[in-house]
Design a protein around this ligand. Structure first.
Ligand code: SF4
Ligand code: SF4
Length: 341
């Protein structure tokens, strides 16, 4: 991140805005992956579910997404879903507009549809392809976005491969090495990222890693990052994975990212998982990346995270004051005995 971008992010926090935005641009997805948090009943807080929201398409989707971006003025926006490639025509129009605004964009997809090679020209775009392990397991969980289809979809483009490690993956020795050996040899793959499966509080999903599995996976990643430079997971990030935040209040990612669902109004809290995620078992790479930045000492014993938390408290207070003042003229007009014609 450049110095000017750090200052932009800090200014946004002080102004009570989130420097990072995540938008579910569609509720539709051709896949039905087990363990998908977007379609989990708790994702939107339990009152309603993603499939029940009204979403948008065509001109209206493009206009409304740009309105959200212009209002929130983020530094970084993730376009997710459902699968955002369901709306690839709209993406073709959105991406140049977002790039023109100087905003970094991440499109997260299963690559069930071809990723246009022309997207490589966008300087601030990262296309992330979600892959659930090696071919047999992945194809079973993610059909129709099978390995064969992904390889066709990414031909000629540049992508980041992202795999969420589940208990099933963690229990097989050598699995991650094999996964990296397969994907690191491909010209289309710029980076590989791993997250660990993050459950809801009290959940008993088969995907949840035991404490021993979690520790073993993190130790293995420390070795694999040296063997495969394509694995973009610094030591500090792995340190954070070993000791995740205890609650959303301690999570810099949750506090700096505003997540908006497919009706472009409903806010997902406390983070992109929605519901009541079990922070102490969190393995979200984005959260751990920001936690590592937060523990960086800026001067003396003061950390970037300490400065952030103080700035965030100030920003939220400041936003409250601004909102109170923006309501005040209406009250003043109602209270005034004079009528202005
Ligand atoms: S591709 Fe993503 S949104 Fe679609 S079902 Fe799978 S995990 Fe859920
Ligand atoms: S990203 Fe992880 S640590 Fe942060 S609020 Fe969500 S579950 Fe908790």
């Amino acid at each position: 991140m450049k110095k000017s971008e750090v200052l932009h992010a800090w200014a946004a926090i002080l102004d009570g805005r989130a420097p990072s935005l995540s938008i579910e641009i569609t509720k539709e997805c051709p896949l039905r992956c087990p363990g998908c948090y977007a379609f989990d009943a708790a994702h939107l807080g339990g009152e309603t579910q993603l499939r029940e929201l009204s979403d948008f398409k065509g001109d209206e989707l493009v206009r409304r997404v740009l309105e959200v971006i212009d209002r929130e003025r983020p530094l970084h926006v993730s376009l997710v879903g459902g699968d955002p490639m369901v709306r690839y025509r709209e993406l073709e129009r959105l991406l140049p507009e977002i790039e023109r605004r100087g905003v970094h964009t991440q499109v997260v997809t299963s690559a069930f549809r071809v990723i246009p090679s022309a997207w490589k020209e966008f300087k601030k775009l990262n296309v992330v392809v979600s892959i659930d392990g090696l071919q047999p397991e992945h194809d079973e969980r993610r059909k129709p976005a099978t390995y064969e289809r992904i390889l066709k979809s990414i031909a000629g483009s540049k992508v980041t491969v992202h795999c969420t490690i589940t208990s099933q993956i963690a229990q097989r020795a050598g699995y991650l090495d094999e996964f990296l050996a397969f994907w690191s040899g491909r010209a289309e793959v710029a980076k590989v990222w791993f997250s660990l499966f993050t459950p809801q509080v009290g959940a008993v999903d088969a995907e949840i890693l035991t404490a021993n599995q979690r520790a073993a996976v993190i130790a293995e990643l420390r070795v694999l990052r040296l063997k495969y430079p394509v694995l973009d997971m610094p030591e500090q990030v792995l340190d954070e994975m070993a000791t995740p935040p205890k609650s959303p209040e301690e999570c810099i990612f949750a506090r700096t990212t505003k997540t908006i669902s497919a009706d472009l109004t409903t806010q997902i809290t406390p983070c992109q998982f929605g519901g009541e995620p079990d922070c102490e078992q969190c393995g979200c790479l984005a959260s751990m990346g920001l936690a590592a930045v937060g523990h960086h000492k800026v001067v003396g014993g003061i950390t970037a995270g300490g400065i952030f938390m103080a700035s965030d408290r100030f920003g939220r207070g400041w936003r409250g004051i601004k909102e109170a003042f923006s309501r005040k003229p209406i009250l003043a007009v109602e209270a005034t005995p004079f009528k202005i014609l």
